[in-house]
Write a protein that binds this ligand. Sequence first.
Ligand SMILES: [Cu+2]
Length: 123
Amino acid sequence: MRPPRRRILLAAPGLAFASGAMLGLTSAARAQPSLKVAVTASKFKFTPEQIRVRRGETLTLVLTSVDFAHGFAIPELGLRRDLIPGQEVELVCTPVNAGRLHLICDNFCGEGHDDMSGWLIVE
Ligand SMILES: [Cu+2]
């Protein structure tokens, strides 16, 4: 009863091919740079206050508020989301031009609201 072993040997080239295909997928994933950053909103700041991304890189911001219905906006990219406490919101963008983009809270949240801002730095 030796045939089972021979079958395993015959299957090996197929496995090698599958591995190569998987490596190819990994390379393709690397060709599309991406960055995921968690941002927390609280009275009266965003944490982190500064986010760095390379131009052409897909940025996913995972936004949460811990205390109030804040807003999160990057006006220069035409992006905004409401941040309701307890809800996680994702915002995806791929900035193409280098620069410093202001990110702000655009929902009045109290005395320090006007200072609630940060920067998206596109390198
Ligand atoms: Cu605010």
